[in-house]
Design a protein around this ligand. Structure first.
Ligand code: HEC
Ligand code: HEC
Ligand code: HEC
Ligand code: HEC
Length: 157
């Protein structure tokens, strides 16, 4: 065969060899060494331990009932029932040991995350009742008038 065929062929073979060498050094030793499962072995065995070591942060509403039954009852019987306590109060896995208290955020921003009116109809989020923050009682905390645990419009404070 002629040179103009061999030369590009060598080049391609060279790149393949280079790729295999680089791959040998970059791919971690425990990649794909644990048999075939639903992931086709396409992950590091050590990654499983790494994820198991990630501490759990959230405890769920049921765990609050023991010590804050009134808040849980109010929340469960309200339009805010789908919202977890920890959505507003932050992660509580080891509360009340650490932290002893959970933060209470009475800023308008907390509520506007979900209640700031959207101009794009149709999304799941835009089905939540929205208010225009600039004209709906600006400057006053939402919780002066609305009970965050039971925000029924009949029960406005
Ligand atoms: C074993 C009992 C216990 C459990 C379970 C518990 N808490 Fe508490 N919580 C406390 C105690 C005790 C305090 C401190 C009360 C105080 O100083 O007024 C507290 C304080 C709080 C505060 C601050 C109250 C304030 O007036 O500053 C919030 C908010 C709170 N807890 C939310 C929660 C949520 C949400 C859960 C569930 C994820 C939960 N707690 C689970 C016992 C508990
Ligand atoms: C939509 C946000 C939101 C959710 C969801 C929520 N809270 Fe609260 N929580 C607040 C705000 C805001 C305050 C402060 C209320 C105030 O100042 O009037 C508060 C106050 C509290 C307090 C201290 C005052 C009190 O009422 O005793 C406790 C305890 C508490 N929440 C527990 C809970 C628990 C338990 C849940 C779940 C069942 C929960 N919260 C769900 C926003 C929320
Ligand atoms: C994580 C999202 C979320 C947050 C944060 C949140 N809400 Fe809501 N809120 C909802 C959903 C979902 C509903 C039920 C659907 C609806 O009525 O729009 C609702 C309903 C309401 C309603 C209407 C109740 C009725 O009877 O129609 C009021 C008022 C309200 N929330 C006030 C507040 C206030 C005040 C805060 C802040 C303390 C707050 N919300 C924080 C999601 C949220
Ligand atoms: C001064 C009292 C007051 C304050 C502060 C206030 N609201 Fe209201 N809100 C009301 C009253 C009264 C209504 C019922 C009449 C109406 O729709 O205006 C209402 C209605 C609502 C509704 C239902 C709207 C609908 O379409 O039916 C939502 C959601 C709401 N408020 C959220 C909020 C949020 C979020 C904040 C803080 C950013 C807030 N409100 C601050 C008094 C207040």
């Amino acid at each position: 065969m002629k040179n103009h065929v061999w030369r590009p062929l060598y080049l391609v073979l060279g790149f393949i060899a280079l790729f295999l060498v680089i791959r040998h050094f970059l791919v971690p030793k425990d990649f794909g060494v644990h048999g075939k499962n639903f992931t086709y072995g396409f992950h590091r065995a050590g990654n499983i331990q790494e994820w198991q070591a990630v501490p759990i942060k959230y405890h769920g509403r049921e765990s609050c009932n023991e010590c804050h039954p009134e808040n849980v009852a109010a929340n469960a019987s309200s339009k805010h029932a789908p919202i977890q306590c920890e959505n507003c109060h932050g992660p509580a896995m080891n509360h009340p040991d650490s932290p002893e208290k959970l933060p209470i955020d009475t800023s308008r921003e907390l509520c506007l995350r979900c209640h700031g009116a959207l101009s794009t109809p149709g999304s799941q989020r835009s089905r939540i009742k929205g208010i225009a923050p600039d004209s709906h009682n600006p400057g006053t905390p939402c919780t002066d008038c609305h009970n965050p645990h039971k925000p029924d419009l009949e029960g406005i404070r």
